[in-house]
Every structure is written in structure tokens, then in C-alpha cells.
Design a protein around this ligand. Sequence first.
Ligand SMILES: NC(=O)c1ccc[n+]([C@@H]2O[C@H](COP(=O)([O-])OP(=O)(O)OC[C@H]3O[C@@H](n4cnc5c(N)ncnc54)[C@H](OP(=O)(O)O)[C@@H]3O)[C@@H](O)[C@H]2O)c1
Ligand SMILES: [Zn+2]
Length: 366
Amino acid sequence: MRTLTPLAWPDVPAAPPRTMTAVVFDEFGPPEVLHPAPVDTPVPGAGEVLVRVAAVCVGRFLDVALRAGRHPVKPALPHVPGVEHAGTVAAVGEGVSAIEVGQHVAVWPVLGCGECEHCGVGRSEACARLRIAGVHAHGAYAEYTVVPTAAVWPIPAGSDLDPATAAGVALAGPVAMNQLRQAGLRPGDWVLVQGAASALGATTAELARHLGARVIGTSRAAWKRERLTERGLDAVLDPTDPGFVDEVRTLTGGAGIAVAVDDLGEPDIFARTTDVLAPCGALVSSGAFLGGRVPLDLARLYTLNQRVLGVRTGNAASARALWEEVGRGFRPVVDRSFPLAEAAAAHRFLEADENMGRVVLTLPTD
Ligand SMILES: NC(=O)c1ccc[n+]([C@@H]2O[C@H](COP(=O)([O-])OP(=O)(O)OC[C@H]3O[C@@H](n4cnc5c(N)ncnc54)[C@H](OP(=O)(O)O)[C@@H]3O)[C@@H](O)[C@H]2O)c1
Ligand SMILES: [Zn+2]
């Protein structure tokens, strides 16, 4: 099993530099469009904090698809990508009292408007004005970021969480928790995670296991299935194997899957997922990068009292619940880190499907 050397949390200078290095792109295209550039260090306004970044994740959709011009949002160029990250608070803006300079934090900068009916009932994931730093605004492929306090999650006191692991859980964790909560997961349930070696899939599979579920994970690659088996999943299968459906039925004693997670959107894999879904089961999706047009047998769905539900992202309640579980020992799967200057190599690595869990970019911490 690959293990990462824990990264140190950075110290912060008394006065942040006026300019900093970021990795930007000035045109949409292949990984090579990413390059370092000097930019102004942002200054925190009221209710905001300045974070000295130690680690930032590379996401399939929010980073790779955005850079390639395949994301529905086309940010103004040049753009600094990078969404979920972790680091040390370097300065705080006016009116910030709950967060202090020097604190170690994870940042999940996916925020609802705070005013609409969905935000009003704690379902900011349904907010039509959801904004994501790194997508709609400059992000964390940079030495410093400025983020609102609502995006900041202090690392639990006494925790051994390092910045790469904290960044690895910052977004995927609240999303995975929301998936499992919305699906109504109960301890002992059989959970199927399609694409369980992916950054989000690995987090969901590990979290379900941590919460007491019996978890079946899938990958098309034999080496990833080996790694998933080493991590202690109850079973690991190839989703393209013709015997997949029978095997799941056997594993679950004929009962089927209570909670299935499919963030892929590949028609054949989705069809097999619905074939093994138990009566009253829930199939949850938070992604569909392989297309998303999938077959659904409505007659089967209603007669078996099943649900298919979308979960766009996490919300404050799922993030709070997630961080409680981090305090109880839950950890995401962080596969590999690259220095920020090698962001293009990290993008290529992800595009080649070579990752098993989260990929992070790291910055110097001294
Ligand atoms: N809503 C959110 O907040 C959120 C957050 C993160 C991710 N996501 C979504 O989750 C999905 C995965 O993203 P990620 O960042 O976790 O991905 P990732 O780490 O890049 O992993 C990609 C996954 O896709 C699978 N895959 C690739 N091509 C495939 C094919 N032709 N057929 C079947 N499987 C294939 C790979 O499976 P193998 O193991 O078989 O190679 C791997 O598990 C995406 O749809 C993304 O948009 C959503
Ligand atoms: Zn809103």
C-alpha cells in the first residue's frame, strides 16, 4: 500500500507578502496550459480569512474538466483553479472572532447564497446561486487564499491530521456524508460504491465502512481492486464482469444493496447497479462525468419502492457530521501528492485514471 509522508502545517509570517506565486491557465486546453505566475496576494475583507495554503486537491470535474473547457462554468482568464484545500490562517478580516491567526484549517469553499428557500432550510446544495472558489472565483493553486469563515473548518484539537489529508477530506467528506445521509444509511446495510477507487468513491466507501455498513466497491482495474481489498472493503468486484450481478446477489444473501452510489453515469454500469438494488433501496449520484444518460426501469423502481436521488454537494450539517467522524478517526484515501509546480503532471495522472483516491498538490511549508 502506498503511504504518504505527513506534511507539516505551515507557519505564517507577521505580514503576508504583497505578491505570491499561483498556478494559472490563460486558455482552456491540455494540462500544459497550467503554469506558474506572480499574482497579488488577496486581502481578507469583513468576515473573511487569509489562509496560507499547504495542500490543495485535484478534482476530476472542478479542476480537470474546468481547465479543459469541459465544465459548464467558463471562468474569466487567466484563472487560478483549486477548490478544497488546507493550511494555516495567516490573517483575519474585520469582525472575525471565531477563527484565529495560526489555526490549522480545512477549506470547503462551496457556498450557497444564504438567502434562498433552500439555504434557509439547510439545503444549500440546492441553491441556484451556489458559488465555488476555484471555479467561479480564483482558487487555491496558490500560496494564499481568501475565503469566508463559513468555508473554514478548524482541524479537531489534538488531531494528527496533516494538511494533505485535511484537504483530501474537505470536500469529498461532506459530499460523501450527504450521500449516505440522504440515502438513509443504517449500520449493517449493504452499500455498493461504483468507482470505489475514485477520489469521491473511495471517500464514500471508507465513510460507509466507518459508519458500520458492509461495503462492496468496484473498479475495472485489477491493481486498484487489490488496493481496495487491502483497505478492508467487504468485497471488491469488477463492474464490467458478466458475473457481477450474480456475485452481488450471492454476497448479500439474495437481499440486494440498500444504498448504491454511482458517480460515474456509465449506462451499462448503472444498469447493473439497478439490477442489484434491494426493495426500498436508494441509488444516489453526485456525478456523471461519463455521460449521465442511463437506462431506468420505472416499473421495477416503483414496484420495489426504490429511490434514485441526486446529491450535488454537501451542506453545513453534513460537513459538521463529517468533521465529528474525523474526530472519531475517519480518514479519506489520499493517494499521491505532487508539488504545486507540477500541477500539469498531477492533471495528467488523474486523466490517465492512475489514482486510487485523492490526489493533492502541496506547497512548501517553511
Ligand atoms: N458532486 C461533487 O461534489 C463531486 C465531488 C467529486 C467528484 N464528483 C464526481 O464523481 C465522479 C468521479 O470523480 P472523482 O474526482 O472521484 O474521479 P477520479 O478520482 O478521477 O476517478 C475516476 C473514476 O472513473 C472511473 N472510470 C473512468 N472511466 C471509466 C469508464 N469508461 N467506465 C467505468 N468507469 C470509469 C474510474 O474507475 P476505475 O477504477 O474502473 O478506473 C475511476 O473510479 C465524477 O463524475 C465527478 O464529477 C462529484
Ligand atoms: Zn441559496
